[in-house]
Design a protein around this ligand. Structure first.
Ligand SMILES: Nc1ncnc2c1ncn2[C@@H]1O[C@H](COP(=O)(O)OP(=O)(O)O)[C@@H](O)[C@H]1O
Ligand SMILES: [Mg+2]
Length: 380
């Protein structure tokens, strides 16, 4: 691949509360991850400009416009404002005409609304946990028939936020209490589903039109004390000092018989495609009592830190971290089918400049075609 100018974008906004050093989801860890990604991209010969977006989207837009990168490497993750913000940034970048790594705005938004993506998957015939329901009030609990145990979580969070030892409930009373809790604490509906106690897998996916399944990772809960439920709670994911973190491990590659491994991989690909994911993803799957893989969570733009999650699976497939990033950049330049460059940037630069440096991957055809389409649309 030729050497590219890459804008590495991340979210530098924090809610002002200080980080706990034992919590690995904090700002310091984020900055280190961005540095590692930048270093790996530079080791491939690319030029990298890190762009931190905190609150001034217009200043960010101006900087990006001046920079005119070949591709935007999107590491904008927003756990402070919530589900909608990630898709806004992704939409902005694409509206400016720059290729962008990972999933488009629509997929980012959809996959953050867990009930929407679950409904979509169910509609596409992809197995999800039974008893999946969105609860917008405590009273709504009575409108459903429940088969306990049920797991309850905030419907628009990710990264294990809101999931703890008490997230699995065994009675309507407990379910009501938990729903009340979530409504109050997160100001969003609760998602309830049958709790599947079977084996849990994280399925890493990499690529554009040719999507590759990485070696499966299995979450190992065998060492947890019995009073702690086997789930990837917030503590298990991030808090180094917790029992959950210390007694939960990941086995990668997982020991799975080939038929089941294939089925898990295919299920993950179908789920990722169904929500419109692109470039790289991680699908969380759990087996039901019959051994059928059911999709818990489609992660578009999952964590890309070195040595964990997707990057660890890729390493087991013989793809070192810089090469993984290269594949992700390649998928961005390949573009998702039907994703046209809408050249909103063009009127802001002179025509000669635009011809010399078309925004995007250096392929000016998309712009010419789209400009024609835009003006044709205007006269109709
Ligand atoms: N229906 C379910 N049955 C069993 N475990 C579940 C279910 N839903 C979630 N979990 C557990 O909770 C974890 C986090 O849930 P998930 O939906 O993946 O949210 P997040 O976006 O926070 O990762 C999963 O990795 C799994 O361990
Ligand atoms: Mg998950």
């Amino acid at each position: 691949m030729k050497r590219l100018h890459i804008a590495l974008v991340y979210n530098a906004f924090t809610d002002g509360t200080p980080d706990h050093p034992e919590d690995r989801s904090g700002t310091a860890d984020l900055r280190q991850m961005i540095r590692r990604i930048g270093r790996a991209l530079r080791s491939l010969g690319h030029t990298v400009t890190v762009l931190a977006l905190s609150h001034d989207l217009f200043a960010f837009q101006r900087r990006l416009r001046r920079l005119r990168p070949d591709v935007v490497f999107n590491q904008y993750d927003d756990v402070v404002h919530g589900a909608l913000y990630e898709m806004r940034l992704a939409a902005l970048v694409r509206m400016m005409g720059f290729p962008m790594t990972g999933s488009p705005a629509l997929a980012l938004g959809l996959s953050r609304y867990k009930y929407m993506s679950a409904s979509l998957l169910a509609g596409a015939g992809i197995p999800i946990p039974p008893n999946t329901a969105l609860l917008e009030t405590v009273r709504a609990v009575d409108q459903h028939k429940w088969e306990f145990p049920i797991i309850v979580q905030a419907s628009q969070e990710h990264a294990g936020i809101g999931l703890d030892r008490h997230s699995i409930v065994h009675s309507k009373k407990q379910l009501r209490d938990k729903v009340r809790d979530i409504l109050r604490k997160f100001g969003q509906p609760a998602l309830a589903q049958r709790f599947l106690p079977g084996r849990e897998f994280n399925v890493g996916l990499v690529g554009g039109s040719k999507l590759r399944v990485m070696p499966l990772a299995e979450v190992n809960y065998a060492d947890l004390p019995p009073e702690i439920p086997p789930i990837m709670s917030y503590d298990a994911k991030w808090v180094e000092t917790s029992v959950e973190y210390q007694k939960t491990s990941v086995i990668c590659p997982a020991q799975v018989e080939p038929g089941l491994a294939r089925l898990i991989g295919e299920t993950a690909i179908r789920a990722f495609r169904a929500v419109g994911g692109w470039g790289y993803g991680r699908v969380d799957v759990r087996l039901d009592e019959q051994g059928t893989p059911r999709v818990l969570d489609v992660n578009c733009n999952p964590c890309l830190d070195e040595g964990i999650g997707l990057a660890r699976s890729a390493e087991k497939a013989g793809i070192p971290f810089p090469q993984l990033l290269q594949l992700i950049v390649k998928a961005a330049l390949e573009r998702q089918p039907y994703d046209a460059d809408v050249p909103m940037l063009l009127p802001l630069v002179s025509q000669s400049q635009a011809a010399a440096h078309p925004a995007g991957n250096g392929n000016g055809h998309g712009h010419a075609k789209n400009l024609a389409a835009v003006s044709a649309g205007a006269t109709n």
